[in-house]
Design a protein around this ligand. Structure first.
Ligand code: C5P
Length: 238
């Protein structure tokens, strides 16, 4: 694989988005948020008005989804459905609640995985999700698995909602986090798992900056070793 690929997987609230964006910006690599793709697919199915608990209907609805994913330097990935920007609309609680119906459907996953691999072929990439290191890019140069306790992740989410002026209780948010963990981990295809060769990082008591810096250090080491290997093979050395 000539492209440099770094995968960052983990449960929701582990800090993936912030950390992945920091890593991408500091290494000058493109950043992909695959959760945004599943969110856009869910919004599309909701708009089509099918029964979301019917996998055949979801697979049918996805055929009419014209999804455009724009990777932005130093910002969130922009997603468009049939040319309309839905970057903000995919972040509502309704979409979040319904994602699992759509993300569980094999046709949806196969289609999005193919799109993600095509994006990977276009150049160096830092990509975050649940299955990036296990399924989408099994030969990635560096695989990271971020985690934190459910309580820490719920506290972060609770504070985030409060900052946005959204009413919630910590207990409710904790229940929500545990439910999403269960749904993400029990998914047969593309479920949340740590790749055997992934580096595990507990973000519970670290700042995003500290985590990003450890990943950057690891990435620089791996990418330098890869360059040396490529140079040697060009010279016909072992
Ligand atoms: O990362 P984010 O929380 O936005 O992802 C939303 C949901 O999309 C996840 O809870 C999961 O159900 C789904 N997802 C997935 N595979 C990915 C990324 C996200 O199934 N690679």
């Amino acid at each position: 694989m000539s492209q440099n690929i770094i995968t960052i997987d983990g449960p929701s609230g582990a800090g993936k988005s912030t950390i992945t964006r920091l890593v991408a910006a500091r290494l000058g690599l493109r950043y992909l948020d695959t959760g945004a793709m599943y969110r856009a697919a869910t919004l599309h199915c909701m708009r089509v008005g099918i029964r979301l608990d019917d996998p055949k209907a979801v697979a049918g609805a996805i055929k009419s989804l014209q999804l455009d994913v724009e990777l932005v330097q130093d910002g969130p990935v922009r997603v468009r459905i049939s040319g309309q920007d839905v970057t903000d609309k995919i972040r509502t609680p309704e979409v979040t609640r319904n994602i699992h119906y759509v993300a569980d459907v094999m046709e949806v996953r196969n289609w999005l995985v193919e799109m993600q691999r095509k994006i990977g072929l276009q150049g160096d990439l830092v990509t975050e999700g649940r299955d990036q290191g296990t399924l989408v890019f099994p030969h990635a140069d560096l695989k990271v698995y971020l985690f934190a306790s459910p309580e820490v992740r719920a506290r972060r989410r609770f504070n985030e909602l409060k900052e946005r002026g959204m009413e919630s209780s910590y207990d409710e948010v904790l229940k929500d986090v545990s439910q999403r963990d269960h749904l993400d981990m029990s998914r047969e295809l593309g479920g949340l798992r740590k790749a055997m060769d992934a580096v595990e990082l507990d973000t519970s008591s670290l700042t995003p900056d500290e985590v990003a810096e450890s990943i950057i250090k690891l990435a620089k080491g791996r990418l330098a070793a890869k360059t040396r290997k490529i140079d040697k093979s060009k010279l016909g050395l072992k």
